[in-house]
Design a protein around this ligand. Structure first.
Ligand SMILES: *Cc1c(COP(=O)(O)O)cnc(C)c1O
Length: 428
């Protein structure tokens, strides 16, 4: 579900025409819909609120790495969202967006001493630890700071899942979390230290998961581990269930519904009396954003292969190159009826000097010509955040739409600004 729909012959983001935005801000540009962000958050929050007995006062902590723009975070923070962070930079963004420290979770497989100290002094809700050595480090840092942070132990349930090997995190060989037996030991060790306060268990098994079975398996394991820990006299009050629920990138794609996900979770945790936390990233943001791009040229080879060359490239949206990801591509302006509008197969590419800079091969699209605008849908998560300046291309700006209002929430830098960030070594 999203709020990018055709109106008066052109795609709109809510009430704002993408033709106008391209004219005013230029392309390529990311455009986000506040209504879609709010809708997805509310669906999740309302679904969770149906099961207070099983999920407690559930926290929905947006995974900041999916889209870390401060205005996007502030949109969600105003609804009560927390933040799942994986670095000091993300904690700082969440705080800047108005997320209270008490709703910020710090996860991540390699937190530095400085990051741990920052999180502890900031008073984040909880730090998820991922190894024995990290527990020792956090105990030492907390002792030095005279604090006792709440921590959770991230379990690797040996259930990997997700839309691509590179976004699977819960498998046996993946670097994340510790296996169940070791997690139980770590928890007991943490409970014996006066410098940390273990409050629960955490897991996050992968991303773009479209089937609930692996998630259910992981949650069942957390439940039985909770029971084991309690039988050993230890207190477990929170379960952090991670993110990972997938979204339909293609219009006809089948994904598990939010309602079924929450019903499954509540059934697994029924009677356990814990407070649940969810860390959705993609689910909230993916379909709340598009990447708007202009056709530079259409080139046709003698063998008939047609290349649609866009002004957006892999440096702006790396998912197709990195994860073989599919993004729907739609023309912004409807073709006038009457002409030949039968679809043509294009190889959709960007200007970057790499073959990997191919968004799609043989993609059937209505006829397009130089100057036409297209959008990549589903680009609100893992889009702008993964952009780079490869090929010295300027970072694409970001726009947030809310009804008929819109704002540039990250401007396109100038070439002067790009160059000014570098300094010439004094011997040159
Ligand atoms: C990436 C990540 C998430 C969010 O994943 P989505 O698939 O975007 O929902 C949640 N928790 C942790 C620990 C993560 O690393």
């Amino acid at each position: 579900m999203h709020h990018f729909t055709p109106r008066d012959g052109a795609l709109h983001a809510e009430d704002v025409s993408l033709l106008d935005l391209a004219e005013r801000v230029g392309t390529p540009v990311y455009v986000y819909s506040s209504a879609t962000l709010r809708r997805h958050y509310s669906l999740l929050a309302e679904a969770a609120a149906k099961y207070p007995a099983a999920l407690g006062d559930a926290l929905i902590a947006f995974a900041v790495k999916a889209n870390s723009n401060v205005s996007v975070l502030a949109t969600l923070a105003k609804l009560g969202a927390g933040a799942d962070t994986v670095s000091e930079g993300e904690i700082r963004r969440a705080l800047a967006a108005g997320v209270p420290a008490g709703r910020i979770i710090l996860s991540g497989v390699g937190k530095t001493d400085d990051e741990l100290a920052f999180a502890i002094t900031t008073g984040v809700r909880q730090i998820n630890i991922e190894s024995a050595v990290e527990l020792d480090r956090i105990v030492a840092i907390a002792q030095r700071l005279g604090r006792a942070p709440d921590i959770a132990v991230r379990v690797n349930p040996r259930i990997g899942a997700g839309g691509h090997a590179k976004i699977t995190t819960g498998g046996v060989g993946d670097k994340f979390g510790v296996p169940a037996e070791e997690a139980l030991d770590l928890y007991a060790r943490a409970a014996a230290s006066p410098h940390v306060n273990p409050v629960g268990l955490a897991c996050h098994i992968g991303s773009q998961i479209v089937d609930l079975t692996p998630l259910e398996g992981a949650f069942r394991l957390l439940r039985s581990m909770t029971e084991t820990l309690r039988a050993r006299g230890l207190s477990v009050t929170r379960l952090d269930l991670g993110g990972g629920l997938g979204v339909p990138y293609a219009e006809d794609a089948a994904t598990a519904s939010i309602e079924d996900y929450m019903a499954m979770t509540a059934a697994v945790l029924d009677g356990l009396e814990v407070e649940a936390a969810f860390e959705p990233g993609r689910l909230l943001a993916a379909n709340a954003g598009v990447l708007l791009s202009r056709v530079i040229q259409v080139s046709e080879r003698q063998d008939g292969r047609r290349f649609l060359v866009l002004d957006a490239a892999m440096n702006d949206l790396v998912r197709p190159a990195m994860y073989d990801a599919f993004h729907d591509i739609k023309p912004v302006r409807a073709r006038p009826s009457g002409g030949d509008n039968s679809p043509t197969a294009y190889d959709v590419v960007g200007p970057v000097c790499e073959t990997g800079d191919t968004f799609a091969r043989d993609r059937p699209l209505p006829p397009l010509e130089a100057g036409d605008l297209v959008v990549f849908t589903g680009a609100g998560a893992y889009g702008a955040v993964m952009a780079s300046e490869y090929n010295s291309r300027l970072l694409a700006p970001e726009i947030l739409v809310d009804g008929d209002r819109w704002a540039v929430i990250r401007p396109r830098p100038s070439y002067e600004e790009m160059l000014a960030r570098e300094t010439r070594a004094d011997w040159l």
